[in-house]
Design a protein around this ligand. Structure first.
Ligand SMILES: C[S@@+](CC[C@H](N)C(=O)[O-])C[C@H]1O[C@@H](n2cnc3c(N)ncnc32)[C@H](O)[C@@H]1O
Length: 307
């Protein structure tokens, strides 16, 4: 498997869709081979069934090591719970984040899309892995959709943490980003108003419309507009964009449109079928680990079984 991914990720294919656990794929990728990683991991990892609520007590014979090397014993106190969820989630993420850091080129960036309840834990973990000086931005994607609770400020945003591999060398092309209208165009003069302004770190963008052409039916599909902006700014034309939690393949669709190559990985057979349908009209896409149903025969020949 190693040789296949090393060669194909850097080879001539325009896009690859892989059905596999992302950690296995990541471990087989060459160092510094990817320009941009975008990921939007689910909160409920595949390990949801083993989630359990725990309490720890000091015990020299314990099964965990804590602050200053103290040993602790784990006691299960229930089936689910706040602490345990985060404990498990970060355990799941950590090896993957380490691999992201390894496979990014020196000029590369990671966009880590996360829920407002988890973002602080993830920021601390990413700081430890990438280094605090490699933290570039926290992008706020704000939308306005769905019910509004009256018991608190209705949460209507996601957080996207941006880390770069090397703060001295990272790729960022502000000029390539599609500009947006000024809020008060009358204040800036007609020339500036016509040109529009560069987006800031706060992005207002609708969710994928429930009945629009963009909608694939896959849960938690992210808007193409968000991915376009990320790809325009943080990957060079012709560069390689990877999404290791690809879902419906929004990052792949935007990459193809913008002339970047892509690597999309998901361990859910439904996701890769959605991607195969979404990418059916694209030329030069390889499918690895599954044989897409309903693709024209000329494209199915690119199917390669997992070794
Ligand atoms: C929130 S969805 C991503 C949605 C995507 N950004 C889109 O626009 O459609 C998260 C995806 O991560 C996938 N996933 C979860 N654990 C995975 C793993 N260990 N390896 C690969 N994919 C995984 C899930 O199957 C799911 O499709």
């Amino acid at each position: 498997m190693k040789d296949e991914f090393v060669t194909t990720a850097l080879g001539s294919a325009l896009g690859q869709v892989v059905l596999a656990d992302n950690l296995a794929v990541l471990r087989d990728l060459a160092d510094e081979s990817i320009d941009l990683i975008y990921v939007d991991p689910p909160f409920n990892t595949g390990r949801r069934q083993v989630l359990r609520r725990i309490r720890t007590v000091r015990d020299e014979e314990g099964d965990r090591t804590g602050f200053q090397g103290q040993r602790y014993r784990t006691i299960r106190v229930g089936e689910s719970g706040y602490l345990d969820i985060y404990d498990d989630y970060l355990d799941f993420l950590e090896p993957r984040l380490r691999e992201f850091q390894r496979v990014l080129k020196r000029t590369g960036s990671l966009y880590f899309h996360v829920d407002y309840r988890e973002v602080h834990y993830c920021k601390v973990l990413l700081d430890a892995i990438f280094g605090r000086d490699c933290f570039l931005n926290e992008v706020i994607w704000a939308y306005d959709y769905g019910a509004r609770t009256k018991s608190k400020w209705p949460p209507k945003h996601d957080n996207i943490l941006v880390f770069v591999k090397d703060p001295e060398e990272y790729y960022f092309d502000a000029e390539a980003v599609e500009r947006i209208p000024y809020m008060a165009p009358g204040l800036v003069g007609p020339e500036k108003a016509a040109r529009g302004k560069l987006p800031t770190d706060t992005w207002w963008h609708t969710i994928v419309p429930t009945n629009g052409a963009e909608r694939t039916g896959y849960p938690n599909q992210k808007p193409l507009g968000i991915l376009r902006r990320i790809i325009q700014a943080s990957s060079p034309p012709g560069g390689l964009v990877a999404d290791f939690f690809a879902g419906s393949g929004t990052a792949g669709a935007a990459s193809y449109e913008l002339g970047r190559r892509f690597l999309m990985v998901d361990n859910n057979p439904e996701a890769v079928e959605v991607m195969a349908r979404r990418f059916a009209a694209m030329v030069g896409v390889e499918y690895i680990g599954f044989e897409p149903r309903g693709l024209p025969t000329c494209q199915r020949q690119l199917f390669a079984p997992l070794p």
